[in-house]
Design a protein around this ligand. Structure first.
Ligand code: T4K
Length: 402
C-alpha cells in the first residue's frame, strides 16, 4: 500500500498497476464454462450455420425470455441498432425526450434515423431521467420518451408511464446497463413498450458485441424481428423496410456462457462494491452512489466533489497509477456534437454537475477486493493531501505547456 505522497506515480513513484485496471474489463468464462463455450463454438463450426437465426441464437433468446419473464426477446448485434429498430417499429416521429446524462448512443441511435433527441435533466440521487423536468419539454412534436435505467438503477417507471399515458407518448427503455435488475418486484425487461439491453464486451453479461430487445407486445415483436433481418417475413418475401441487426451464433454462444455465470458475476460485483464502500467510508469529497438492492452492481460510481481534489485531478492521479477510472458520461449528451451546436443548448444543472463529478471505478470479475483496497488507499492518500497534489499537478501542467 502506498502511504506517502512521494510513493504516488504522479510524484515519481512506480505506478501501482503496470497492467492497467479498466472499468469495463470483460467478464469472461473460466474453467468449465470456458470449455463449454469453446465446445459450443466448435459445434457451430461443424454445423456450418453461423448466423441468420441459428439454433444457438434461438436457445439464447429462450433463456433470456425465461430469465426476464417476458414474452418476446429479439437478439440484436448491439443495443444501438436495437434502439433504432424499436424506434422504427414503434413509428416514432419528430422529437423524442431522452436524458442528457446517459451514454451518447441513447441519443445518437435516434438522431441516426432522423429523430430529434430533446434532452431532459436527471434525478441527482439516482441519475435517471427526472419526470418533473421532462414534462415541461413535451410539445406537439413529441412522440416518445426513451429513458435509461442508468448504472442499473431503474427509472421511476410508474411516473413515466403516467406521463406517457396522459400525453399519448410511447415509452421505451434503454436498459443497456440493467440486465438482471428489477424494480418494485418487476424484472426489468417488460416495462414500457419495449426495452433494449446491451451485451457489449464491457457489460454485465456479454456476447462480445450484442444486445436484446424485449417486449410483451407480440405484434410489435413480430415487426421488430422482421426489421432486424432486412424486413423479410419469409423466404424471398419482404414485408417492411429493415436493416441487418442480427446476432451471430458465436455471439449467442458467448451470451449463453455469460448468462450461466450471472450469479458469480453479480457476487463479484457486489463484493467489489462493498469493498469500495467500506474503504472509502467517511472520506470527505468522495461519495459512492447507492444501488438498488435488486441491481447487478455492474458499475461502481463515485461522486467527487466538495473537499479535496476535483474529479479530474483525482482522475489524473489514478491514471498515473494504471487505474483507468472513467468520467462517464462527460460532458453530457447535450454538450456533445451535433447537439452542442444547436441554436439553443439547454442548461441542465444536474446533468452538468454529474458530468463534472462522476467517476466510474474499476470493477467486474477481473478486479479483486485486494486491488480495490490498493485503489482506495491511493484515493485516500491523494484526497488527504489535496493541496500538495494540486500544486504538483499545476507544475506538471505548466511544464507540459512550456
Ligand atoms: N445505451 C447505454 C446507456 C449504453 O451505456 C450503451 C453502451 C449503449 C446504449 C449502446 O450499447 P451497444 O451499442 O454498445 O451495445 C463503452 C462501451 O463501448 C459501450 O458499449 C457502453 N455503453 C459504454 C458505457 O462503455 P467506451 O467508449 O467507454 O468504450 P471503451 O472502448 O473505452 O471501453 C471501456 C473500458 O473497457 C476501457 O477502459 C477498456 C475496457 N475494455 C474494453 C473492451 C471493448 C476492455 O478491457 N476489454 C474490451 O474488450 O464505451
Amino acid at each position: 500500500m502506498k502511504q506517502q505522497l512521494s510513493q504516488l506515480a504522479l510524484f515519481g513513484g512506480p505506478p501501482r498497476f503496470y497492467e492497467p485496471l479498466h472499468v469495463g474489463c470483460p467478464n469472461v468464462p473460466q474453467a468449465e464454462a470456458r470449455n463449454q463455450f469453446l465446445q459450443s463454438v466448435s459445434d457451430i463450426l461443424d454445423r456450418r450455420w453461423l448466423t441468420n437465426h441459428g439454433p444457438v441464437v434461438a436457445e439464447f433468446e429462450r433463456a433470456l425470455a425465461q430469465k426476464l419473464g417476458v414474452r418476446n426477446v429479439i437478439t440484436v448485434c448491439n443495443a444501438t441498432q436495437g434502439l433504432q429498430v424499436v424506434a422504427k417499429a414503434c413509428g416514432l416521429t419528430g422529437e423524442v425526450i431522452v436524458p442528457a446524462f446517459t451514454f451518447v448512443a441513447t441519443a445518437h441511435a435516434l438522431s441516426w434515423i432522423g429523430l430529434e433527441p430533446v434532452f431532459a435533466d436527471v434525478d441527482p440521487h439516482r441519475h435517471t431521467i427526472d419526470p418533473d423536468h421532462l414534462e415541461a419539454l413535451i410539445t406537439p412534436r413529441t412522440s416518445a420518451i426513451v429513458a435509461t435505467h442508468l448504472w442499473g438503477n431503474a427509472c421511476p417507471t410508474e411516473r413515466l408511464a403516467q406521463i406517457a399515458r396522459e400525453y399519448r407518448l410511447q415509452l421505451i427503455y434503454d436498459a443497456a446497463h440493467a440486465f438482471g435488475g428489477s424494480h418494485q418486484g418487476q424484472v426489468i425487461g417488460s416495462f414500457g413498450r419495449a426495452e433494449v439491453f446491451s451485451f457489449h464486451a464491457t457489460k454485465f453479461i456479454n456476447s462480445f458485441e450484442g444486445g436484446a430487445i424485449t417486449t410483451n407486445d407480440d405484434e410489435l415483436a413480430q415487426k421488430m424481428r422482421q426489421m432486424t433481418c432486412f424486413g423479410f417475413d419469409g423466404i424471398d418475401h419482404v414485408a417492411s423496410v429493415g436493416t441487418n441487426a442480427k446476432m451471430s451464433e458465436v455471439a449467442a454462444a458467448m451470451g449463453l456462457s455469460s448468462l450461466s455465470m450471472m450469479a458469480d458475476i453479480t457476487a463479484a460485483n457486489q463484493l467489489n462494491y462493498e469493498a469500495y464502500c467500506l474503504r472509502l467510508a467517511g472520506l470527505p469529497g468522495v461519495r459512492l452512489l447507492p444501488f438498488d438492492e435488486a441491481g447487478n452492481y455492474q458499475y461502481a460510481i463515485a461522486e467527487v466533489r466538495g473537499k479535496g481534489l476535483s474529479r479530474d485531478q483525482l482522475l489524473e492521479v489514478l491514471w498515473a497509477e494504471g487505474i483507468r477510472a472513467r468520467r462517464y458520461f462527460y460532458p453530457g449528451c447535450h454538450r456533445m456534437e451535433p447537439y452542442a451546436s444547436r441554436a439553443e443548448v439547454p442548461s441542465l444543472p444536474v446533468s452538468e454537475r454529474l458530468a463534472e463529478t462522476v467517476l466510474a471505478l474499476p470493477t467486474g470479475t477481473a478486479v479483486t477486493p485486494t486491488e480495490i483496497a490498493a485503489i482506495c488507499s491511493i484515493v485516500r492518500l491523494a484526497m488527504g493531501n489535496a493541496e500538495e497534489v494540486k500544486q504538483r499537478l499545476a507544475r506538471t501542467h505548466q511544464a507540459a505547456a512550456a
